[in-house]
Design a protein around this ligand. Structure first.
Ligand SMILES: NC(=O)c1ccc[n+]([C@@H]2O[C@H](COP(=O)([O-])OP(=O)(O)OC[C@H]3O[C@@H](n4cnc5c(N)ncnc54)[C@H](OP(=O)(O)O)[C@@H]3O)[C@@H](O)[C@H]2O)c1
Length: 435
């Protein structure tokens, strides 16, 4: 039997402790699958004496993850600290430079420094595996990197943040407010104390930027992702979407268009009958459209110690099975030096259907004025519905457009706002084609 694979884990929190647990509990099975032992020989975290529910006494302790990364006594450095700068960046770089394979679950790190790190890994002939960084336990990186050779991808989209999907699912199923659902998500540990990163779309944008690079062979560019979060989605939107045959999801979408690549994260209406609309709660899903395969949808647990550990251990096992000269392909599917600059499509040229909800004064002529603003901007309407005025003489007008552009919709809504009929901020939600 080959020599044991020596593993150093930096970060022993939710994911790191779960990885150590799986490696210990499944040692015999992993030995059979990999043809060698997988042994945790070194670890690092901030607090040495913290009880993590696992026995790591046999592993060498490092206060500094950098020292662990450079240690000659490991073959693989597993980074599970989190964050784009500081210790995780320095230690991953140090490990690659020292010729160690690296496994990480860190989307923030990869979305910012992924290409530079891939260049080092490829120069040094070591693997940089990151399955857990996108959609937790779902094997989407492996699928895109290894199982789709020859396919040209036209669009990849998905539900990449479990917290947002949990909130939207409960708002729809139980008629609760956004704030009430967010509070529950925090109580159940699905959302951080500061949930901004999740609910305003940053987390989804990081993951999407990695998928974009894999799909289109581009450099990673998370700063260019158009982003809107879910905090302004109301019960009125959820109900109106349901009546029209749609469900609201926070989607990350990367798509090739004539004017470049669209990368966008925003609340999206998807047909209630579509497969992605059936993805509920904290579950994640990724849809990939290609010329050879058609549409593939992968769905499963996107977070949590156990599911994420499954992806991390899968990455470690791939390294255990690899042999010099017979390693897997480049980090982002193409050699890092060949990744092209990303050509950004302007959001104003985005084409699609739109849902527009307007709260207006109950006056004669308002309905006609709205319809005129749409027509003036060449927007063809699939439906326009007005709800009866309430006691305060406000009424709601809901429009669904045929395919049009973002620029036309923004201009039309600006026009309606200038006309002085609006009582509340207008709501605009993009509609996404989905099977
Ligand atoms: N949690 C999930 O469901 C999930 C899912 C997918 C991906 N991820 C990714 O996995 C990574 C880890 O997430 P997590 O949820 O496990 O985080 P976590 O529970 O906060 O754990 C972080 C760990 O890093 C250690 N640490 C922090 N700073 C350190 C430093 N300077 N040097 C050494 N160790 C340090 C902490 O030590 P102490 O324990 O001593 O404080 C802790 O053990 C992140 O990149 C995250 O985005 C997480």
């Amino acid at each position: 039997m080959a020599e044991a694979l020596r593993i150093g884990i930096a970060g022993l929190g939710t994911v790191g402790a779960a990885v150590a647990r799986v490696l210990s509990h499944k040692a015999a099975e992993l030995r059979r699958q990999c043809g060698r032992d997988l042994v945790v020989t070194a670890v690092s975290a901030r607090q040495r004496n913290r009880d993590r529910g696992i026995d790591l006494a046999a592993a060498h302790w490092f206060d500094d993850p950098d020292e662990l990364a450079k240690s000659p006594d490991i073959d693989v450095f597993v980074e599970l600290i989190g964050g784009a700068e500081g210790a995780p960046l320095a230690s991953v770089k140090a490990a690659l430079e020292a010729g160690r394979h690296v496994v990480t679950a860190n989307k923030a790190l990869l979305s910012k420094h992924g290409v530079a790190l891939a260049e080092i890994a490829e120069k040094k002939g070591v693997l940089l595996n990151y399955e857990a960084a996108v959609a937790g336990g779902i094997p989407v990186i492996k699928t895109m990197r290894e199982a789709m050779a020859g396919n040209s991808i036209s669009r990849v989209f998905g539900i990449l943040n479990g917290t947002c999907n949990y909130i939207l699912t409960r708002m729809e199923a139980e008629g609760l407010s956004f704030d009430a659902c967010l509070e529950d998500a925090q109580r159940l540990g699905y959302a951080e104390a500061d949930p901004t990163f999740d609910i305003e779309g940053h987390d989804t944008a990081h993951k999407l930027s990695i998928l974009t690079s894999l799909a289109f062979g581009t450099k990673i560019s998370a700063d260019d992702v158009y982003m809107e979060g879910i905090s302004n989605i109301s019960q009125a939107d959820i109900r109106a979407a349901g009546e029209l045959g749609y469900r609201i999801k926070l989607l990350g979408v990367a798509q090739k268009t004539d004017s470049g690549i669209e990368q966008r994260v925003h609340p999206t209406m998807v047909p209630t009958a579509s497969v992605i609309a059936q993805v509920h709660g904290v579950t994640n899903a990724v849809a990939i459209e290609t010329d050879i395969l058609g549409e593939l949808l992968l769905s499963g647990p996107g977070a949590g110690g156990s599911a994420t550990a499954s992806a991390v251990v899968g990455d470690i096992a791939d390294i255990a099975k690899s042999r010099p000269g017979f390693q897997h392909g480049p980090v982002f599917g193409r050699p890092a030096k060949e990744l092209r600059p990303y050509k950004k499509a302007q959001m104003r040229s985005h084409a699609g259907g739109y849902f527009i909800r307007l709260t207006v004064h109950d006056r004669i002529g308002v309905f006609a004025a709205i319809a005129k603003r749409m027509a003036d901007n060449d927007i063809s309407l699939e439906s326009i519905v007005q709800h009866a005025a309430d006691a305060t003489d406000r009424k709601t007008v809901i429009l669904v457009t045929h395919e049009t552009t973002e620029a036309a919709v923004r201009k039309a809504v600006e026009g309606v706002t200038k006309d002085g009929h609006l009582i509340d901020k207008p709501q605009v939600i993009r509609i996404e084609r989905a099977e």
